[in-house]
Structures are given as structure tokens and as C-alpha cells.
Design a protein around this ligand. Structure first.
Ligand code: HEM
Length: 387
């Protein structure tokens, strides 16, 4: 972090320069009065630090790590049947915030998850506050909104977590808890990437057919996640054995549906690996296509193994972590098909939403490639999709 006198903070630097100029010119009485009147305001501004973009980028990385971590620790709570391990909230048992020995392992797992949630909550609060103090925050409203999205999602998760306990871990609320985490990851992944891009308009880097393939892949991947939560809610690992309820579906049928959708997403991911090469998409897109195939194949292998071994908790925990990684890879691949070059002085009104640009690109029906592989910044100086 730097102070407001930092040269990167134009709104503060400008009055300082003006004041210096006035002094050099021999500071008239009126000028002196003006400077005196402005000084309380300057003092107030000096008290608020400006956040360097690299610090903000680090915050987006840490937030993303915590968004993934909480899914795994939350999964551990469910898999060890510790959802009701601390019988009260925020205290863990009467009169204490730490677990009593009588709650043993379950209390410790639930308490550990609460600790991760608290540290995560601090980052979910600090990140939007930092976005408000970015030097170019007026141009980067996207970063401000996405950061506040993290905070809103986190608060939503806290409320949903409470409802989950109150409903004795009803499978619908357990599933909603997991799926809201996946939505939060969408926010976190987009924020992470945009914090590393410019404020310029979106440049679509590939043919529209490839964009469609990526979109379909993300939707199917989301479907696999939803069906996975249905299998969980039907099977033994939805929560506490004595208290928690279950969906009444046939476990073989829902597991079959889930596995079928996993096969579909596997096929789409393999197709993507070839398609991004043929379309000469960016190296980033190729990397994420590879990463996606690796995570999906590993996921499918774990999924079948756990199914035939009677769903051991350790493998299910790996499956949950793998699902999180697969989701991040699918989102990163989709986002890697468009770029936002850094264009100094681009007014905020020119900042275009990714989806809107992709839609207009589709509407034109062109199949032109903007080859941003070698020089993503210089590929399209105007920022437009070239024909
Ligand atoms: C792309 C591949 C896959 C992904 C992304 C995926 C994702 C998921 C997710 C998100 C869950 C729910 C976790 C939770 O609610 O905490 C789940 C559960 C499950 N999945 Fe998969 N899955 C994949 C492939 C498979 C395959 C091929 C099988 C084979 C049958 C399988 C079997 C299961 C089973 C049995 C459960 C329930 C585990 C439990 O009781 O908690 N999965 N999966």
C-alpha cells in the first residue's frame, strides 16, 4: 500500500501540483485562502491509503485460494459427519468458542472450518475495500463490483450455513451451500483475471464456434456439479448419520446420470484441446484446455473408483477437491478466449461486458479470427473485433 502522495493517485496528485504551482507563482492572498480552504479535504484524503494494483492482484489470488479451500474444509465437515459437531454457533458448546473434549474430532473439524471461514471473511471484506482505493478505480468499476460480489456471496453463505444447521442438514440446503460456493468461484475467477487485464474493451480472440463450444462446456460442467450434489444428497455422505435427511432418489439411477454427464464433459474437453490448437488460440487457452482434460479424467477415475469401493470418505474428499479444480479450469479456459488489452485513457464507458461483446460478435455471424496469440495487446489497437 502507498499513501495518497503516491504519484499513481491522480486525484490527489493534481491538487498538490496545483498548490505547488500557485506557490511558485508568488501565491496571491486569494490563492492562499483557497489553499487553506482545501487543506482539510487534502488532509482527509491523505488519511486514506491508495492500494497498489499489485497488492490488489495478490488479494484476488488469496481470495481465490480461500474460496477453493473452504469447499474442501466444508466437505471435510460433511464427510466426517461433523456438521453438528459444535452444537451452538458462534460458540462451540456452552460458554466457549473452542471445542470441548466431549465433541472430540467432530467439534475440531467443525471448529477448523469456522476458523477458515473467519480468515476468509476478512479477505472478502478487505478485497472490496481495497478495490475502492485503487488508483484507477473510476475506470475499473468492474473490479469494484466483482469484489463486492465476493462479500455478498460470503454473507449469503453464512446465512445459508445457518439455515443448513437449522434444517438438520437437509440435502437441498447442503447442495445449495456447495453450489453457491461454485458461483462464488465464478466471481473470484473472473475478478482474478480482470485484475490482471486492462480497462480496454473486450477483444474476442477466436472464432464464434469455439466460443460456443466453451460456453456449452461450462454449462455441461455446471450440470455435472449439480448432479453430483444430487448423488451426495441421496447417498450416505450428505451429513450427520442420525439427524441428517436424504433425497429419496434411487442412488444407482442418479449416480448413472451423474457419470453420463461426466462422460459428456470429458468428450467436450478433449474436443476443446484439439479445437484451440486448430484455431490458434492463445497459449493460455491451450494450457487451460490441457489442465481441464487432466482434472476431468482424474475426476472420472476417482468417481468410478469411489462408486465401486462403496464411497469411502477419503476418496469423496478428493472428488470434491477435484470438482473445484475442474470448475476453475473450465472457467479459465472460457475466459482465455477473450482479452481486455490495456489501453491507457480508455473511458469507463468503453469497457464492454464479455458476454455482450461475444453476443454482438455472434450476431454479426462472422468467422474472423483476431489472432492475439503472439501480441495480444497489439492485435487489435482499437479494441474492436476485426473482420
Ligand atoms: C467430470 C467429472 C466429475 C465431476 C466434476 C464430479 C463432481 C461431483 C460433485 C461436485 C459431487 C458432489 C460433492 C458434494 O456434494 O460435496 C460428486 C459426487 C459424487 N460423484 Fe462425481 N463427479 C465427476 C465424475 C464422477 C463419475 C464418473 C462418477 C462415477 C460414478 C462419480 C461418482 C460420484 C459419487 C458416487 C458421488 C457421491 C459421493 C458422496 O456420497 O458424497 N462422479 N461428484
Amino acid at each position: 500500500m502507498s499513501t495518497q502522495s503516491d504519484a499513481m493517485a491522480p486525484d490527489v496528485a493534481a491538487p498538490d501540483v496545483a498548490a505547488a504551482g500557485a506557490t511558485a507563482a508568488g501565491a496571491t492572498a486569494a490563492g492562499a485562502v483557497g489553499a487553506a480552504a482545501a487543506s482539510p479535504e487534502r488532509k482527509r484524503r491523505r488519511g486514506l491509503p491508495t492500494v497498489r494494483p499489485e497488492v490488489f492482484r495478490l488479494l484476488t489470488l488469496v481470495s481465490l485460494v480461500f474460496l477453493g479451500l473452504i469447499v474442501v474444509t466444508g466437505g471435510a465437515v460433511r464427510l466426517t459427519g461433523s456438521g453438528l459437531g459444535c452444537p451452538t454457533w458462534p460458540q462451540c458448546g456452552d460458554g466457549s468458542f473452542t471445542p470441548h473434549s466431549q465433541y472430540a474430532l467432530h467439534g475440531a473439524v467443525e471448529f477448523g472450518n469456522r476458523m477458515v471461514s473467519i480468515v476468509m471473511g476478512v479477505f472478502m471484506l478487505v478485497t472490496p475495500l481495497a478495490a475502492l482505493r485503487l488508483p484507477d478505480r473510476r475506470e475499473r468499476r468492474d473490479l469494484v463490483w466483482l469484489s463486492f460480489g465476493l462479500l455478498a456471496g460470503f454473507l449469503g453463505q453464512a446465512v445459508l450455513g445457518g439455515i443448513t444447521v437449522l434444517t438438520d442438514l437437509h440435502p437441498a440446503t447442503v447442495a445449495a451451500h456447495f453450489l453457491l460456493s461454485m458461483l462464488l468461484l465464478v466471481d473470484g475467477v473472473v475478478l482474478y483475471r480482470r485484475a490482471r487485464q486492462g480497462a480496454g474493451p473486450v477483444t474476442v480472440c477466436v472464432r464464434r464456434e469455439l466460443l460456443w463450444l466453451a460456453r456449452v462446456l461450462v454449462v455441461v460442467a455446471a450440470g455435472v456439479l449439480v448432479l453430483g450434489t444430487v448423488v451426495t444428497g441421496t447417498g450416505p455422505h450428505s451429513g450427520d448419520d442420525e439427524k441428517a435427511r436424504r433425497f429419496g432418489f434411487d442412488i444407482v439411477t442418479v449416480a448413472q446420470l451423474h457419470a453420463d454427464s461426466a462422460m459428456l464433459v470429458t468428450g467436450l474437453a478433449v474436443a476443446m484441446v484439439f479445437a484451440v490448437r486448430i484455431a490458434k488460440a492463445s497459449p493460455e487457452a491451450r494450457r487451460w484446455a490441457n489442465a481441464l482434460v487432466v482434472t476431468i479424467v482424474a475426476q472420472a477415475a476417482i468417481g468410478f473408483t469411489q462408486y465401486f469401493l462403496g464411497i469411502p470418505a477419503g476418496l469423496v474428499a478428493l472428488h470434491v477437491a477435484g470438482a473445484t479444480l475442474m470448475w476453475i479450469a473450465a472457467l479459465r479456459l472460457w475466459l482465455a478466449l477473450a482479452d481486455r488489452p490495456r489501453q491507457l485513457g480508455t473511458p469507463a464507458s468503453d469497457v464492454v461486458d464479455v458476454a455482450a461483446v461475444i453476443d454482438s460478435y455472434d450476431a454479426h455471424g462472422t468467422s474472423t479470427v483476431v489472432d492475439a496469440v503472439e501480441d495480444p495487446v497489439g492485435a487489435s489497437p482499437s479494441g474492436a473485433v476485426t473482420a
